[in-house]
Design a protein around this ligand. Structure first.
Ligand SMILES: O=C(O)CCC(=O)C(=O)O
Length: 267
């Protein structure tokens, strides 16, 4: 079991409605991420990196059953011996389009899928997308982890569910726009502190139509300290995390032992 993980977060622009262009951009950044001195153990990229928020065309543009994306990311992770949490893509299924993450291990095997559970009404997602029905769980380098997408971080019950299932780190691809940087940073930090887990969140940057995105991808430790934070520009944010810190923090303040679940209203 590898406790120390080197992370690379690809904070990229996304050209809404142009999946081929976005794939070329992603490919270039992936090559850069593995091309330097220290190869990452895990790479993460933003939400809907293939189509962006081209919602009125999403039916036509979405990747059918994720086939193209799965082949591309599986081959990349196998070739470079790196775990990939594949941002999320618009994935076309029989019953509609989902906002889905695929995750791969160093051999290119699929180790987890997750489709966004909470659709964001402020951007009309519920009119164009289907909601996922299962929390995103995966085992990465022998450790339990969780996956959520963007708006999901406003729902503490979901992170808590993943933490109770054993997750020690959480991956969050996002397209979180201006002007809510304060919410982004505060919610991610709260999820890390209350669940005593690492939170690894990759946001897009740049502009799409009227909407601008501030980047500020973040890696936060289980004590709530910011390990790494990007600015607003295109960048590959790197960080090293040590999962042993999760156990240390959980024994320092035994939040999970002190819970009173019979007093909480969950439904
Ligand atoms: O909750 C927010 O403020 C942003 C959420 C969002 O943009 C999304 O889920 O795509």
């Amino acid at each position: 079991m590898k406790k120390k993980l080197r992370l690379a977060l690809l904070q990229m622009p996304i050209d809404a409605g142009h999946p081929a262009h976005n794939k070329a951009k992603l490919e270039a950044m992936l090559q850069e991420a593995v091309g330097g001195g220290q190869k990452p153990d895990v790479i993460l990229f933003p939400e809907l990196w293939n189509t962006g928020y081209a919602l009125d065309e999403i039916d036509k543009l979405a990747d059918r059953n994720g086939e193209e994306t799965i082949a591309f990311l599986s081959a990349f992770s196998r070739k470079h011996g790196v775990n990939v949490i594949g941002g999320s893509i618009a994935e076309r299924k029989e019953d509609g389009v989902y906002n889905t993450i695929y995750a791969f291990d160093r051999e290119g095997n699929r180790i987890g899928d997750y489709s966004k559970i909470h659709l964001f009404r402020l951007m009309d997602e519920e009119k164009y997308l289907k909601a996922g029905r299962e929390p995103g769980r995966l085992l990465i380098e022998g450790e339990q982890a969780g996956m959520m997408i963007c708006y999901d971080i406003r729902f503490p019950e979901l992170t808590r569910t993943l933490a109770l299932d054993g997750a020690k780190l959480l991956f969050v691809p996002a397209e979180w726009p201006n002007p809510r940087l304060h919410h982004w940073r505060t919610l991610l930090t709260a999820r890390a502190i209350e669940n005593q887990m690492y939170v690894v969140a990759c946001n897009r940057m740049g502009v799409s139509g009227e909407t601008s995105f501030f980047g500020h991808s973040l890696v936060i430790d289980p004590w709530g300290e910011i390990v790494a934070e990007a600015g607003e520009e295109e960048t590959i944010l790197t960080a090293e995390i040590d999962l042993a810190l999760v156990d240390e923090v959980r024994s320092r303040i035994p939040v999970f032992e002190d819970r009173r679940p019979n007093l909480y209203k969950l439904n």
